[in-house]
Design a protein around this ligand. Structure first.
Ligand code: SF4
Ligand code: SF4
Length: 351
């Protein structure tokens, strides 16, 4: 099971699509529960993965170090905006199996949405790359200014092991999108180009770390993805600063999302609903995202546009399978090189 732990609700950035610190009406700014309770809850699970989350978790870097020392888990994961990486001692950074750094592609796009932080984040990533041997993932929000081909190539070029993204859809702030529909067209043709590039590379035995392609391929070649693919509400839960347990970390204020507390444990699972339950792509897409599946904030048209991006990605990856199998047959790679993510490392697979 994945446990996403809010180390703080505060953030040192105010990105346009997010808005920064979480409002106090949703959760208190800092942890109010006893860490022993978290330890007791998490350590019941021998397969526990802890992901440090926020707000910006590294505003509480020493708390992260304390939790790593205190709570046993199979893997530790960090999702950070990358600005305060140097606040963590190297020995603790090395204990993290996965570090996801939020960066939205080229400098001009990143700094438009996140403020002028690209240079500092890249400098910190270069510093980290000198000694960090875990999985370093660039985590991107795909918005109107995103050119998915350019931005993914740029981030792989910076030496990230993997690149993952989420489309800023459905709960984006009013007015941030001008024309989502046209962007979806451009995005889908970008996905076709990316998958073609990925296939050409795989034919040379080179598996590019593009998470949505790998995660879809995993469902075709190995086993169905969970539904939703991020595991929210079934195999992944978040622990808010006041010790509530929620299915998904991003909407702790929604009644359906609250699944229990550290005191009472997990009281319910939260299921994906129709139309995704009976969808033929369900074993891969799994409804994409619990929030998207339940809260149709952009109405039917918005749902269908996002759904179209999911189906398009899946169909493109399906067409890459012969190249993959050829490369395996020719001994250029082994099936196990294609199994990603190896555990739930908070990459939600379907953007
Ligand atoms: S492809 Fe669309 S309908 Fe099917 S599971 Fe995904 S989001 Fe739901
Ligand atoms: S994909 Fe959706 S349900 Fe899953 S963690 Fe992200 S916002 Fe929550």
């Amino acid at each position: 099971m994945l446990y996403i732990v809010f180390l703080t609700a505060r953030c040192n950035l105010k990105c346009k699509y997010c808005g920064g610190s979480i409002d106090e009406s949703i959760m208190p700014p800092e942890i109010t529960y006893d860490l022993e309770k978290l330890k007791e809850f998490v350590e019941r699970d021998e397969e526990a993965v802890i992901a440090f989350y926020g707000g910006e978790p590294l505003l509480r870097a020493s708390l992260m170090e304390e939790m790593i020392d205190l709570i046993k888990a199979k893997h530790y994961v960090l999702q950070t905006n990358g600005l305060l990486l140097k606040n963590v001692r190297r020995k603790y950074l090395k204990k993290l199996s996965t570090i996801l750094v939020s960066i939205d592609g080229v400098k001009e796009v990143n700094d438009f949405y996140k403020g002028e932080v690209y240079d500092r984040v890249v400098e910190n990533v270069r510093w980290l790359q000198k000694f960090y041997e875990g999985d370093l993932i660039a985590r991107m929000v795909a918005s109107e200014k995103t050119d998915i081909v350019r931005d993914v190539k740029h981030l792989l070029g910076l030496g990230f092991d993997h690149v993952h993204w989420q489309i800023n859809a459905v709960w984006s702030p009013e007015g941030l999108w001008k024309d989502f529909k046209s962007w979806v067209e451009r995005y889908n043709s970008g996905i076709s180009e990316l998958v073609r590039w990925w296939s050409e590379e795989v034919e040379k035995g080179n598996v590019l770390g593009i998470v949505p392609i790998l995660g879809v391929l995993r469902a075709f070649l190995f086993h169905p993805n969970p539904s939703p693919p991020c595991g929210a509400g079934k195999t992944a839960f978040a622990i808010t600063t006041d010790g509530r347990i929620t299915a998904c970390p991003v909407c702790a204020d929604f009644e359906w999302n609250v699944a229990g507390s550290l005191e009472e444990g997990i009281k319910k699972i939260v299921e994906i609903r129709e139309p995704c339950v009976s969808c033929e792509y369900g074993f891969i897409c799994g409804g994409r995202c619990l929030f998207f599946n339940r809260e149709w904030l952009w109405g039917r048209e918005g749902f269908e546009l996002v759904c179209k991006t999911c189906k398009h990605l899946i169909e493109e990856v399906r067409m890459a399978i012969p190249s993959v199998l050829r490369a395996v047959e020719e001994g250029l790679l082994e099936m196990r090189d294609l199994y990603y993510p190896p555990f739930n490392n908070t990459t939600e697979i379907i953007p």
